[in-house]
Design a protein around this ligand. Structure first.
Ligand code: NAD
Length: 289
């Protein structure tokens, strides 16, 4: 039976670190501040930004909440980003995705000053990540690495298989895992991979980030593999108050019997994402002094 990785507790440690670095900055007269921009009222996005704002305040930081109507124009949003870029009291800018369909996300992300790009989605941040240079690392992939590190799961020489190639999870994660200091051998699977199990069965570290509930079944996992489940999927559940429950990309009960480590959903990778965001905001503020 696998060891269940307690993401909440590990995230709590990271949040404490963010709070103590914040306290040190405040002594120098600087309060780390993140501008959180939300366009529209998508329920999942509202709950994500609310959680982020709460975490910022708990760590002693400032959260500048900016709510815009879904009908906001691309030009208005770009003008807002430009004004936040110039505002020296704002250290980080987070534009919650997805944006309303009429707005080109690329244009908005590229408008953010890379020095304030705490989500790590700007092409400059992406380039730095690939080149192994200092820069902001996207929060979810960074959270996955922090879990591996905290649990002392060996990465050097390990075969890591990442299922998913999105710009926010799969791709940056694969690029981090091949860095010299991590030293994993990386396979990236996606919708064009065909027989997924052929690859996943070779994984010492299997990272599922496909957004497909229960995609990874026990027969696709090597005995003793570490399974990190990034997926957060809503599945109908009439017994739940909200009518749904959260399920990961792995079939938890059966995979847990075969794996050496596994992250639960919820309570695994999810809490790490916010913790790593806090650390990125503190870093942005530290870099500004
Ligand atoms: P996405 O839809 O942008 O990308 C999914 C990727 O998975 C694609 O690259 C696709 O090629 C691949 N894929 C889909 N079905 C597949 C299949 N059957 N076989 C092989 N590959 C397949 O999603 P995303 O934004 O990367 O998010 C992935 C999952 O992670 C979602 O469930 C999302 O909710 C979750 N997520 C969680 C956090 C967190 O904080 N825990 C953060 C971001 C995303």
């Amino acid at each position: 039976m696998a060891i269940i990785i307690d993401g909440k507790t590990i995230a709590g440690k990271k949040r404490e670190e963010a709070a103590s670095r914040t306290a040190a900055l405040k002594k120098k007269g600087v309060t780390p501040c993140l501008a959180v921009v939300l366009a529209g009222e998508d329920p999942a996005s509202v709950s994500y930004v609310t959680a982020k704002e709460k975490a910022l305040l708990e760590a002693g930081m400032e959260s500048r909440d900016i709510r815009l109507p879904a009908a906001v124009s691309e030009e208005e949003l770009l003008a807002l980003v430009n004004s936040l870029n110039r505002d020296v009291s704002v250290h980080g800018i987070l534009v919650q995705l997805p944006l309303p369909a009429h707005i080109r996300e690329d244009r908005v992300i590229t408008a953010i000053d890379p020095a304030k790009d705490v989500d790590g989605f700007h092409p400059v941040s992406v380039g730095n990540l690939i080149l192994g240079r200092p820069g902001f690392i996207p929060c979810t992939p960074n959270g996955v690495l922090a879990l591996l590190e905290e649990m002392r799961i060996p990465t050097a020489g390990a075969h890591a298989v990442v299922v998913g190639r999105s710009n926010i999870v799969g791709r940056p994660l694969a690029n981090l895992l091949v860095r010299k200091e991590i030293n994993a051998t990386v396979t990236v699977c996606h919708t064009g991979s065909g027989d997924l199990g052929l690859y996943t069965r070779q994984a010492d570290i299997l990272i599922a980030a496909a957004g497909k509930p229960g995609l990874i079944t026990a027969d696709m996992v090597k005995e003793g593999a570490a399974v990190i489940d990034v997926g957060v999927n809503r599945v109908p559940d009439t017994s739940a108050k909200k009518g749904f429950r959260l399920k990961g990309d792995a079939d938890f009960d059966t995979v847990a019997e075969k794996a050496s480590y596994i992250t639960p959903v919820p309570g695994g990778v999810g809490p790490m994402t916010i913790a790593m965001l806090l650390l990125n905001v503190v870093s942005a503020a530290e870099n500004s002094v």
